[in-house]
Write a protein that binds this ligand. Structure first.
Ligand SMILES: Cc1cc2nc3c(=O)[nH]c(=O)nc-3n(C[C@H](O)[C@H](O)[C@H](O)COP(=O)(O)OP(=O)(O)OC[C@H]3O[C@@H](n4cnc5c(N)ncnc54)[C@H](O)[C@@H]3O)c2cc1C
Length: 337
């Protein structure tokens, strides 16, 4: 590790740890060893730190809660910057100003309790607000991108600017940042808000969304939410071998006729696809609630994930994936868009 850089961190009082095992820090307990794990405690520290690293041309990875990141165990980054200590937000008469590491859940809870609409679907969305603007995250009819006024952004050439939703060029679960068309660090996120005159309805909607997520989605531990964009799963189902498609039609019909529940339909769907396509060996890693959700339940999950990913992508004829997979020292990022 570069001693001058350590001296810089010490002199600017930016907290850091050396040789951190990423398995103990990441959402799904994966990754190798990070040479430095740095946790700025103010936006000024984050800005100075990243400007310094950009000037030196040094590689680093900025992360929030890692709820959309799959670090391979071979990934040993030199520098990780974690934003979770930057978790303060303030509300003005026409906007909400957030440090980049504010948890979306905290923000959504505040909004729902204070009659602010547009957040009632986000009450269980894991992750930080900056990552949500990076990923174009959303659920239950609420998108962070539709609440966004602009982000305060440090670009990789050291320039600080405002990026609007138009600059971020959003598409389904992606942005110009995620596609690497723009490079840099989100320092702050500024959101617009609208007050509702029916606060009770907002609270009820949030409760319904919460109950729906608990019933129909996998528990957050050991998963990264959806692995593929919805379009990929649609293409996958359309291109499945004929006999698999006939069986799936049969169980969809059974659900339509109320002969089986939605949960039973989802589990049968997973089992049929795996059984008929030589994938039974990995079926236990795929959520019985949702074929698009993978569970890193044990040490063999990584091998099973490769099989699952190749299987879906080959049948769907695409390399697209919604989560970010980062491998080995060369920081190879598997195709995202
Ligand atoms: C159980 C579960 C359910 C989920 N459900 C949904 C869902 O319903 N809808 C949905 O959209 N997503 C869902 N997700 C995915 C995840 O919640 C989102 O992608 C979230 O926005 C990731 O936030 P994070 O802080 O964990 O980001 P991370 O995974 O830490 O980072 C994601 C990306 O953002 C970048 N990034 C982070 N901070 C900054 C910054 N300050 N500046 C620049 N780049 C930055 C990182 O470099 C990385 O490339 C789910 C995940 C889980 C685990």
């Amino acid at each position: 590790m570069n001693e001058a850089f350590i001296t810089y961190l010490d002199s600017t009082h930016i907290p850091y740890e050396k040789n951190v095992d990423l398995k103990k820090r990441t959402w799904i307990h994966r990754g190798g060893i990070a040479g430095l794990w740095i946790t700025p405690t103010s936006t000024e520290q984050l800005q100075q730190l990243c400007s310094n690293l950009y000037k030196q041309g040094r590689e680093f990875k900025i992360i929030g809660q890692t709820s959309n990141l799959y670090f391979d165990n071979s990934y040993n980054p030199e520098i990780i910057i974690c934003t979770t200590k930057l978790n303060v937000f303030s509300v003005t008469s026409n906007s909400i100003e957030c440090e980049c590491g504010v948890p979306v859940k905290t923000l959504a809870k505040y909004a729902v309790e204070n009659g602010i609409s547009g957040f009632e679907g986000l009450v269980d969305l894991p992750g930080t607000i900056a990552a949500a603007t990076f990923n174009n995250s959303g659920c239950y009819n609420c998108q962070v991108s539709s609440l966004l006024k602009y982000v305060e952004f440090l670009s990789s050439n050291g320039e600080i600017k405002k990026l609007t939703p138009a600059d971020l060029n959003y598409a389904e679960r992606t942005s110009a940042l995620k596609r690497r068309e723009i490079r840099g660090v989100i320092l702050k996120v500024i959101l617009s808000y609208t007050l509702t005159d029916n606060a009770d309805l907002l609270i009820q909607t949030a409760r319904n969304n919460h109950a729906h997520r608990i019933q129909f989605q996998e528990r957050p531990a050991q998963t990264l939410g959806s692995i593929f964009p919805n379009g990929v799963l649609r293409a996958f189902e359309m291109n499945l071998p004929r006999f698999s498609k006939i069986c799936l039609k049969f169980i969809y019909k059974a659900h339509q006729l109320k002969l089986i529940t939605y949960s039973r339909q989802q589990k049968s769907k997973r089992d049929i696809i795996c059984l008929l396509n030589g994938m039974w060996g990995i079926h236990k890693y795929i959520s019985p609630k949702n074929f698009n959700c993978f569970i890193w339940k044990d040490a063999n999950a990584d091998k099973a994930f490769n099989t699952y990913c190749t299987f879906v992508q080959q049948i769907a004829h695409t390399k697209k994936i919604e989560i970010e997979v980062i491998k080995a020292s060369e920081n190879e990022i598997i195709q995202q868009d």
